[in-house]
Design a protein around this ligand. Structure first.
Ligand SMILES: Nc1ncnc2c1ncn2[C@@H]1O[C@H](COP(=O)(O)OP(=O)(O)OP(=O)(O)O)[C@@H](O)[C@H]1O
Length: 249
């Protein structure tokens, strides 16, 4: 297996508070890797360090073997590190298709050339293909403001996929979803397994254990375990971190 995203002795402090403690994390190409941990363990901070929203106090981040520690977020995105983001504030009045066409234009680097009909029709076809992929077939002309929360999450995923990413960082894709929507999102992420490298930060343990090839566990900023779902389920240190004793189920 090839490491596509790596951290080496990655550390982040806010004053005297260390939120990321010398973390060595490796994502193998094509895996779905879940990052879990109790509230305040440092999951979001680590994702922010990976995406470039935060700068580390020490250590390095490598993408496909190259050090990207000092690159800003947008340059990491250009190199293939995609992160889902909240679309509701950005694209409220746009249709799903228009939002995706803009994302595709940004990837291709020739923005504002919508007048070129052949190019536009090709982008529209690609936008519809992505909408099909995330289960939004036929919703292309619906303004994002009229979509449900679950559909927003699906569209966020399509927007991340529009960048043809090497790695996708998904920060709580199930947050705020109802039971049916969660089941749909699990199916959708399952359909992407093996085709993309995914770091999944998620509190929904059913989703984590259904989807992850490997799981890493953070506690108080430290990576305390990495392994298969079965390894993690039976790891006493993980139970201790979550439940404070060895009797957690
Ligand atoms: N900008 C900041 N300044 C100071 N402390 C911060 C900052 N961002 C995060 N923290 C602290 O870092 C620690 C880790 O927070 P983080 O949000 O990364 O954890 P988390 O595992 O994502 O938590 P949750 O599961 O509750 O979302 C917390 O103690 C938090 O208060």
């Amino acid at each position: 297996m090839t490491a596509i995203l790596e951290t080496r002795a990655l550390r982040k402090s806010f004053g005297g508070l260390v939120v990321t403690r010398d973390v060595d994390l490796t994502l193998e190409e094509g895996e779905t890797h879940a990052l879990i941990g109790p509230n305040g363990a440092g999951k979001t901070s680590l994702v922010n360090l990976l995406s470039g929203t935060l700068s580390p106090t020490a250590g390095d981040v490598l993408l496909a073997g190259e050090i990207i520690t000092r690159l800003p977020s947008h340059r990491r995105a250009r190199r293939g590190l995609a992160r889902t983001f909240q679309i509701s504030t950005l694209f409220d009045s746009f249709t799903a298709e228009k939002s995706l066409v803009l994302a595709l234009l940004a990837r291709q680097g020739h923005c504002y050339r919508l007048g070129r009909m052949a190019g536009f029709s090709c982008l529209r076809d690609e936008a519809r293909r992505l909408l099909d992929l995330v289960g939004l077939t036929g919703r292309n002309l619906v303004p994002t403001a009229s979509m449900s929360h679950g559909e927003h999450r699906q569209l966020e995923l399509a927007l991340a996929l529009a960048a043809s990413p090497k790695v996708m960082l998904l920060d709580e894709p199930m947050a705020g979803l109802g039971g049916e929507e969660t089941a749909k999102m699990i199916e959708l992420l399952r359909s992407l397994r093996g085709r993309y490298t995914i770091l999944l930060v998620e509190h929904d343990m059913d989703a984590v254990f259904a989807l992850a090839d490997r799981i890493s566990v953070l506690a108080e900023g430290r990576l305390i375990a990495t392994g298969s779902p079965a390894d993690i389920r039976s790891n006493a240190g993980v139970r201790q971190a979550y439940f404070g004793d060895d009797d957690g189920d």
